[in-house]
Ligand binder design. Structure first.
Ligand SMILES: Nc1ncnc2c1ncn2[C@@H]1O[C@H](COP(=O)(O)OP(=O)(O)OP(=O)(O)O)[C@@H](O)[C@H]1O
Length: 299
């Protein structure tokens, strides 16, 4: 299958700042990728290059096989900025009709596009009366004009409440199922975890990690934590059996262990039988994994 987006050894400098350094990746049709990174990591620079808004110094980039910014590439790619701004006096339908006309498409398709993003009920209301989530949906409807094969979304869910976020990702799921490739940036790991096919972490202009969360978890190989609750009046023998544990004020034993030691440790815990009331296995959090890969380097 031909990738929708390929980036090969992409480098971009702003004077002395190396915003992107030898970045390579490719996205297949219908895949949803999350681009994560600290402030100044190079996310916006990468998006601007994909959209053809700024030149790059070296490397190769193709959008649906075309050079970014070429007429052919621009027909295939759409962009949703983080803060979409619309005229508050226009209705959603008027706004989308206007963009359809600009694109040379039939303005009568506006209601159908608004229905696709769940705004049919508000199509004739002024955008000034819309919530932030509804405005994001107008933005998404706008990006769908011309059936692009690549959507580039800059923090599309920032400022949305949890239900609106979930609804927004539901919309993206439907689009990717139809074959649209989605590249979105986010600072919220918990939301991209379940809703994207791969995670790309940029740090200091370099692509430092790429894969599913399970891949990244395995590669980071961070320690896991076991919490063991002693049975009533069994705290002392249990603590004696696990000298490596830290006993908290809550009476729980906290034992940190490498992934490879998890099963042997579980065997030791279960061997204590009646000493143990309960235990929990706490895997490294998404934030731990992200911090592992993402260095700030003072930026
Ligand atoms: N036009 C510019 N001129 C000079 N330096 C720039 C320019 N644009 C970006 N940079 C620098 O390039 C680096 C990458 O910036 P970029 O905006 O791509 O980061 P980002 O990951 O999008 O950050 P954020 O999450 O804050 O939006 C930063 O050091 C930034 O200061």
């Amino acid at each position: 299958m031909t990738p929708t987006l390929t980036i090969s050894r992409l480098t971009k400098r702003f004077h002395s700042v190396e915003a992107l350094n030898q970045v390579s990746l490719s996205l297949q049709p219908g895949k949803r990728a999350a681009l994560l990174g600290h402030n100044g990591a190079g996310k916006s620079t990468m998006m601007k290059i994909i959209l053809g808004l700024i030149p790059f110094d070296s490397g190769d980039v193709t959008v649906c096989g075309e050079a970014p910014g070429s007429a052919a590439a621009r027909m295939q790619v759409a962009y949703l900025p983080e803060n979409v701004a619309f005229h508050p006096a226009l209705t959603g339908e008027e706004q989308i009709r206007h963009y359809l006309s600009l694109r040379g498409e039939n303005p009568r398709n506006a209601p159908e596009l608004l229905a696709r993003v769940g705004l049919a009920h508000a199509a004739r209301r002024r955008i000034g009366t819309y919530s932030k989530g509804m405005r994001q949906r107008v933005g998404l409807a706008q990006t769908l004009i011309g059936r692009p094969r690549l959507l580039v979304l800059d923090e599309p869910t920032s400022g949305l409440d949890p239900v609106s976020r979930r609804d927004f990702y539901d919309l993206l799921d439907g689009l990717s199922a139809d074959g649209t490739t989605i590249l979105l940036s986010s600072h919220v790991l918990t939301e991209v975890e379940a809703r994207t096919d791969s995670i790309l972490i940029l740090s200091g202009g370099q692509l430092v990690a790429e894969g599913t969360l399970a891949d990244l978890r395995a590669r980071a190989a961070l320690p896991i934590m076991l919490l063991v609750r002693p049975a009533a009046a069994h705290a002392a023998p249990l603590a004696a059996a696990f000298p490596e544990a830290v006993v908290g004020a809550d009476g729980l034993l906290r034992i940190s262990c490498a992934q490879a030691q998890k099963l042997p440790l579980l065997a030791r815990i279960t061997a204590r039988g009646a000493d143990v009331a309960d235990f929990d296995v706490i895997p490294p959090s998404l934030e731990d994994i992200y911090s592992h890969f993402s260095r700030r380097d003072g930026q």
